[in-house]
Design a protein around this ligand. Structure first.
Ligand code: NI
Length: 253
């Protein structure tokens, strides 16, 4: 069975068929889903999904896009929701210098604050790092040995992956591994040991080839798993099983 370690089923693009689609997942070989959170206002919907589906778990956190609006009382909200038995991580948190939707100093501040929260709560973090590798690693280095978690949709180099792995983190691969010019993600996938790999959709975004451009869902992860199988020269079933168990271990499920 497949563990989709990063999905957004609360997204509006699933409004038409959310429940039918989730109902169909076990028949499509998808065994578990971690639904990621981008803002406080999404949490009730995520909790609802977790309640309705045994195989859906969630994280709580504020995405760097929303850093500008984040306030200290949001930390209390995160603490409150983190106690729910299906909430297994703090995320997605991090830095996004591609869109720069929030000022960078605020992105850094709330990234660090939410890392500290995760350490206090003894929960893993889900990191969003887009075009911000330098600052992201600088912040993480300050918490080395204390913070645990994963890089969602990893886009760094092999060299950076070495340091990320040294920190004990996991690295997640998604649709971009299947794209035509995905030389760097492929190099990274070749480098990262199997026991530190996760697979994810980030659905509704980042749909793998051959469905690139369409709405993504967890069933399309099989194309990512096939890509890893080819790159690592390991049977598909083994990639599925190992990444499933890795995600369970990381999220304490
Ligand atoms: Ni995401």
């Amino acid at each position: 069975m497949i563990f989709d370690s990063h999905a957004h089923y609360n997204d509006d693009r699933f409004n038409e068929d959310r429940f039918a689609l989730l109902d169909s997942m076990p028949d499509k070989n998808v065994g578990m889903i971690m639904n990621s959170c981008s803002d406080i206002c999404e949490i009730p919907d995520i909790i609802e999904l977790c309640k309705n589906y045994d195989f859906v778990y969630g994280s709580v956190g504020v995405h760097p896009h929303e850093a500008e609006h984040m306030k200290q009382s949001d930390i209390d909200e995160l603490i409150k929701w983190s106690k729910h038995d299906k909430i297994k991580a703090i995320g997605e948190i991090g830095l996004d210098y591609y869109y720069d939707n929030s000022p960078r100093d605020l992105q850094k501040k709330w990234f660090a604050n939410q890392i500290e929260l995760a350490i206090d709560l003894d929960m893993p973090i889900v990191i969003h790092d887009r075009d911000a590798h330098g600052d992201c690693m600088d912040i993480l280095r300050a918490y080395r040995g204390k913070v645990r978690g994963e890089f969602h949709c990893y886009s760094g180099s092999v060299e950076m992956a070495r340091e990320v792995l040294d920190m004990g983190m996991y690295i997640a691969f998604g649709g971009s591994l299947t794209f035509k010019n995905a030389h760097r993600p492929q190099e990274v996938a070749l480098y990262v040991p199997m026991d530190r790999m996760l697979v994810e959709t980030d659905c509704p975004y980042l749909t793998p080839v051959p469905y690139r451009g369409m709405r993504n869902d967890s069933s399309y992860i099989k194309y990512v798993i096939e890509a890893i199988s080819r790159i690592k020269n390991i049977p598909v079933q083994e990639v599925e099983d190992i990444t499933f168990n890795n995600a369970k271990r990381l999220f304490d499920i």
